[in-house]
Design a protein around this ligand. Structure first.
Ligand code: NAD
Length: 436
């Protein structure tokens, strides 16, 4: 269903196949389908940057607003050597569905710069970030398109971007960027939002299968911002987190890991070790060192990919033994593997639901910026949990009613909302059948 140019991109082609599956279950107008096949605007820019040695380097940047029928575009900015227009379009397309699924008053957008940020000094990175805003300023705005952090961008960079946009506009525009430092109008709870959102979905869904925390084993791939925070929340709630990993490999202890100690040790030494820490001392506990592939194949109840895309494919799907998978990473299971998991009765809770806590608190940040009234952490978390719970229940009910897998159910719900909004502007039935 997606345009030819986009089909070259495997991420978008994958998303397109999933969308086609969902379309079989939604009554959506042909006009709405036609509109969703193309990004509304795709901007390619060049960003000249004066380097520290006096030379000039020109970087390529992109900003895509895929759809803004339900509200201003919303999406992160990625700094990565692999960034290109097709990838940014795919990510903007995903954001459109994620925002609709969570019923946020936003459309979908994404941006990026083709760069390896590790090769730049901090001053060069600042000039690049400000140059990016200079180049795309006419395409963004508080009610037009709102930026956020993504791969290799962070709160400091978001602060620079907001400041640069405000300088251009000659007025403070906090709401044009979310994920900012707290002191520049960031929201409390933004740093833990993705994990808190995923935790809420897990807590809402597992009781449906009569799984009790103390008897539920969990393995988590990726021990970064999202994975490590989620591991901590699950351990605190009494789940048995038996395995975690990072890019270098993982640790497995069938009796359960002390996640607070593992995190403390990793923060101090950058090393992933199975430890138990008491006061300043950490001692190693019995465990096995495992590879990331071994972690994915563990015989656990719940598997949580929280690292990268395309981790479960036809090459390893037959090894997956977990009955419940919660996708915290974006796109960790490819389309073909997903079909097999569904056939074998694995419940896959999809990324556009499970990791939507981040964009939800970004929405809260935008609301707080507009009101100039800032919420407590308890208020943020309570509103986040409420929203995640409502939308997770909806996805569950749709999947039960239509007897479809959870991913298709999530797309069905998002498509219904997008279709309604697109049709509210008038579709061919209205113009053909109405005399007004
Ligand atoms: P991060 O960079 O903080 O952490 C990534 C973790 O994955 C690190 O522990 C890293 O060592 C590990 N990792 C990298 N390569 C790996 C490999 N080959 N095998 C196993 N582990 C590997 O990133 P994050 O913010 O925690 O994001 C993780 C995933 O969640 C990404 O897919 C991201 O798009 C998605 N996500 C994050 C957020 C958020 O707010 N942080 C929101 C939505 C989606």
């Amino acid at each position: 269903m997606l345009n030819e140019n986009n089909a070259k991109n495997s991420l978008l082609a994958d998303a397109g196949k999933r969308l086609e599956q969902a379309l079989k279950h939604v009554d959506i107008s042909e006009d709405a389908i036609a509109r969703l096949q193309h990004p509304k605007t795709s901007l390619s820019v060049s960003i000249p940057v004066r380097m520290d040695d006096g030379s000039l380097k020109v970087f390529s940047g992109y900003r895509v607003r895929y759809d803004d029928t339900r509200g201003a575009g919303k999406g992160g900015v990625r700094y990565h050597p692999g960034v290109n227009l097709d990838e940014v379009q795919s990510l903007a397309f995903w954001m459109t569905f994620k925002c609709a699924l969570l019923d946020l008053p936003f459309g979908g957008a994404k941006g990026g710069i083709t760069v390896n940020p590790k090769e730049l000094s901090k001053a060069e990175l600042e000039r690049l970030s400000r140059g990016y805003i200079d180049a795309i300023a006419d395409a963004i705005g508080i009610d037009v398109d709102i930026l956020a952090p993504d791969v290799y961008t962070n709160a400091v960079i978001m602060g620079w971007m907001m400041d640069q946009y405000s300088t251009i506009k000659r007025t403070l525009c906090r709401g044009v960027v979310t994920g900012k430092p707290l002191t520049l109008g960031g929201s409390k709870g933004r740093d833990t939002a993705t994990a808190m959102g995923a935790f809420t979905v897990i807590q809402a869904m597992l009781p449906k299968f009569k799984l009790l925390p103390a008897k539920t084993t969990v393995a988590i791939q990726g021990f970064g911002n999202a994975g490590a925070t989620l591991a901590g929340l699950l351990a605190e709630a009494g789940y048995k987190v038996v395995a975690v990993s990072d890019s270098k490999g993982g640790i497995y202890a069938p009796q359960g890991l002390d996640i607070a100690s593992v995190s403390e040790h990793k923060n101090k030494s950058r090393e992933m070790k199975a430890v138990y820490c008491h006061n300043p001392l950490c001692s190693i506990v019995e465990h096995q060192a495992i590879s990331n592939q071994e972690l994915l194949a563990l015989d656990v109840d719940v598997l949580i990919p929280a690292a990268l895309e395309n981790q479960i494919t036809l090459a390893n799907v037959q090894d997956i033994r977990a009955k419940y998978i919660f996708e915290v990473a974006n796109g960790p299971i490819n389309y073909d593997a997903d079909q097999i998991l569904t056939q074998q009765g694995t419940y896959v809770f999809p990324d556009i639901l499970v990791n939507a806590g981040g964009v939800t608190v970004s929405y809260f940040e935008w609301v707080q910026n507009r009101h100039g009234w800032y919420w407590t952490l308890a208020e943020v978390n309570q509103r986040l949990q409420e929203k995640m719970q409502i939308e997770a229940e909806q996805v569950w009910l749709i999947s039960q009613d239509l007897k479809i897998d959870l991913r298709t159910a999530a797309y069905v719900q998002a498509l219904k909302r997008l279709g309604e909004a697109l049709d509210a502007k008038g579709n061919r039935n209205y113009f053909v059948n109405s005399s007004v």
